[in-house]
Design a protein around this ligand. Structure first.
Ligand SMILES: Cc1cn([C@H]2C[C@H](O)[C@@H](COP(=O)(O)OP(=O)(O)O[C@H]3O[C@@H](C)C(=O)[C@@H](O)[C@H]3O)O2)c(=O)[nH]c1=O
Length: 182
């Protein structure tokens, strides 16, 4: 298992060690001990899974403190462009977005810390996405940012006019008007 740093502090890509043989492959998608050895000490309490069709865009979402969530995101089937936006007001990369292709094939995981908004677009025919969270879902603490906020300039890898987006996500505010408390 190894960690790839990104240009945003604390936002890392985790690459598991994959053991292949004639049957297929095996890897540890999460190990508390191995994550601890890499300096990541997180108590995950909820696992989520979603399935989406090509062209779906979910996000950008966060939960405000004291219900903020760290998310460890991976793809079980298909390919997504996974995006995290730094919302930490005292961060030198506040308002910057990082994107990475996560797929069932590359088995990469994005560790999205508390203080970030998260979203993804589906670039394969379908995608099953699973993510661990270190805080429970709390509807009242939910916040979001509009995926096409021009100040974020995110390349979602698709024509946004045709994106499949929930009603809730279509009316999210721009980052400058969002209610984030980080
Ligand atoms: C996120 C969540 C939703 N739900 C319910 C609420 C709603 O009825 C239904 C669908 O919720 P949403 O439309 O918010 O699902 P979705 O748009 O997939 O929301 C998710 O998007 C990605 C990008 C994230 O980062 C997640 O944290 C989460 O916000 O599921 C839960 O019961 N528990 C949860 O943890």
């Amino acid at each position: 298992m190894r960690i790839e740093e990104t240009f945003i502090k604390d936002l890392v890509v985790v690459e598991p060690t994959v053991f292949g043989d004639e049957r297929g492959y095996f890897f540890e998608s999460y190990s508390k001990v191995k994550f601890n050895d890499l300096g990541i000490n997180i108590e995950f309490v909820q696992d989520n899974q979603s399935f989406s069709k090509k062209g779906t865009l979910r996000g950008l979402h966060y939960q405000n403190p004291p219900f903020a969530q760290t998310k460890l995101v991976r793809v079980l089937e298909g390919e997504i462009i996974d995006v995290a936006v730094d919302l930490r007001k005292d961060s030198p990369t506040y308002g910057k977005a990082f994107s990475v292709l996560l797929s069932a094939e590359n088995k990469k995981q994005l560790l999205v810390p508390q203080g970030f908004a998260h979203g993804f677009s589906v670039v394969s025919e379908t995608a099953s996405v699973m993510y661990k969270c270190d805080q429970f879902y709390n509807k009242a603490a939910e916040g979001g940012i509009k995926f096409d906020d021009p100040s974020l300039n995110i390349d979602w890898g698709m024509n946004l006019e045709e994106a499949i987006v929930s009603e809730k996500d279509q009316v999210l505010p721009l980052i400058e008007n969002c209610n984030s408390l980080f």
